[in-house]
Design a binder for this molecule. Structure first.
Ligand code: 13P
Ligand code: SF4
Length: 318
């Protein structure tokens, strides 16, 4: 019996016991609290978490991430019980567009192909042709015939990045994530000056992305600067011979990097880059989720069926 005064070790022990008893798996995004990442069976980026949800044999998925991620898992595996430990864990980027706004936008561009970043609600995905994450957005856009017009949503910085890399003339929705948008290029350039031997890893949702694209177009891209999804960043850090890295994204990812590469140094571009939605998921809430089977995330069948087409196209492309 776990009491209100239980220690973290006792909570963890009970989580492990219940996980076995209930045939559950815990999936956590790279931005989750360190102790939640440590309790998880799998930690990864949006794409990795979707794939893991798809392949797990567990009956229950405790999804430690934000609501659209749990919704995506529920769409992919409707036969499994998908639980999110706090229903308030939303996403400011996903909130920048709803299905009615997307329908209005589509009406202005008949015949255009709609590519939605995974950071969208199920209703928006249901109005989309393709889904994508930051790790496959370029691949997804490249898979669309060159003569097609593309509406890309909802992140303007990721959209600018994909436009730059693919050379496609995308129409981009002007949404942003408040956490990433707040990371300014001056801060990153300053750190690059201070740490000259370092490598810089930038999540393309960041506000500094467009400035870096200008530098690139002008042939003035700072050396050793790479755009990556959160999973791409963790892979890069493991494989690179460099010893110092400037990390330009939400700071939750530092925990995983420091754990995997304790001999390397990670410098966050901004200590303010913290997603309060991700941090709503605590160990206590994970335990309660397992104990009480809360909060189940379900998507109405008609919306799920349409959204699934867009998600499956993405998973098929890679
Ligand atoms: P990743 O897909 O790179 O994990 O990013 C998702 C995200 O931005 C969550 O905030
Ligand atoms: Fe959404 Fe931004 Fe938080 Fe990611 S970091 S979940 S995009 S609010």
């Amino acid at each position: 019996m776990i009491t209100a005064q239980a220690t973290q070790a006792e909570i963890l022990e009970e989580i492990q016991r219940l996980k076995k008893q209930k045939n559950a798996v815990i999936l956590a995004h790279n931005y989750e609290l360190p102790e939640v990442q440590d309790a998880a069976d799998f930690v990864g980026d949006s794409l990795g978490l979707s794939r893991e949800a798809e392949t797990t044999d567990a009956e229950r998925i405790v999804f430690c991430g934000v609501h659209f991620m749990a919704e995506t898992a529920s769409i992919i595996c409707p036969q499994k019980k998908v639980l999110i430990p706090d229903l308030e864990a939303g996403c400011s980027l996903a909130a920048t567009i709803n299905a009615a706004q997307l329908r209005e936008w589509k009406a202005k561009y008949p015949g255009a192909v709609v590519v939605s970043y995974v950071n969208t609600t199920a209703e928006v995905k249901a109005e989309s042709d393709y889904c994508c994450t930051s790790s496959n957005a370029v691949k997804v856009v490249n898979a669309i015939p060159a003569d097609k017009e593309i509406l890309f949503l909802p992140d303007m910085f990721l959209g600018a990045y994909v436009r730059h890399v693919t050379g496609r003339n995308l129409h981009v929705w002007m949404g942003e994530c408040h956490v990433h948008a707040g990371i300014r290029p001056e801060e990153v350039r300053h750190l690059q000056e201070e740490h000259r031997g370092s490598e810089t890893l930038v999540h393309p949702e960041c506000g500094c992305t467009t400035a870096f694209l200008y530098y690139d177009a002008a042939g003035d891209m700072p050396r050793n600067t790479y755009f990556q999804s959160t999973e791409g960043m963790t892979r890069h850090v493991r494989q690179s011979p460099a010893k110092e890295f400037i990390i330009v994204t939400e700071i939750g990812i530092l925990h995983r990097m420091e754990k995997a590469s304790p001999d390397k140094t990670f410098i966050p571009a901004s200590r303010e880059a913290l997603c309060r939605y991700m941090k709503m998921i605590t160990l206590e809430k994970v335990l309660r989720s397992l104990q009480e089977d809360v909060y189940e995330v379900k998507v109405p069948a008609e919306i799920a069926a349409k959204a699934r087409l867009a998600i499956d196209r993405m998973l098929h492309i890679g």
